[in-house]
Design a protein around this ligand. Structure first.
Ligand SMILES: [Zn+2]
Length: 152
């Protein structure tokens, strides 16, 4: 999942919730949602910041402090949640590099079935930094449009 998708999906949820979303809140959420991919600067893309070990204390602190800090933590949590469905996240990295994820494959239309499988493997090393963002560009465009409408 690329940074535009990671930014868009929690933002659309935030903007769809009842209440008064704020630009500061949205920025904190987006920052938290793309923050874990700073791991890409290390040898392994899904490593330190995709682990629950640094995330859980930040999340608990967010529950205590509330406001923008909580939104940052929720953005970070949304990143881990989404990555869980598009590969694996290593919950106790660096104690273990073993990652977990959920694979959902839909077959059809003639022999329709849904396969749900827990996957366990080590995160792959990142070999290139090229991103194909064509599909996500439409998503971020809709997110910005929704933000303009909701943040008036
Ligand atoms: Zn990630």
């Amino acid at each position: 999942m690329d940074p535009l998708e990671h930014a868009s999906i929690p933002s659309l949820v935030y903007l769809a919730l009842p209440g008064e979303p704020t630009l500061l809140g949205l920025m904190a959420l987006v920052l938290g949602a793309i923050f874990p991919d700073l791991d890409a600067l290390t040898n392994e893309h899904r490593s330190y910041l995709h682990s629950l070990l640094p995330f859980l204390p930040v999340f608990l602190l967010g529950l205590h402090l509330r406001g923008s800090f909580l939104l940052f933590a929720l953005g970070w949590g949304s990143h881990l949640f989404l990555d869980f469905f598009t590969g694996v996240i290593p919950p106790v990295y660096p104690l273990s590099r073993r990652g977990w994820g959920l694979s959902i494959v839909v077959n059809g239309p003639g022999n329709f079935r849904i396969n749900v499988k827990l996957i366990e493997r080590y995160p792959e090393k990142r070999h290139n930094y090229e991103l194909e963002i064509g599909g996500s560009f439409a998503l971020i465009f809709l997110t910005i449009l929704t933000a303009i409408i909701r943040l008036r």
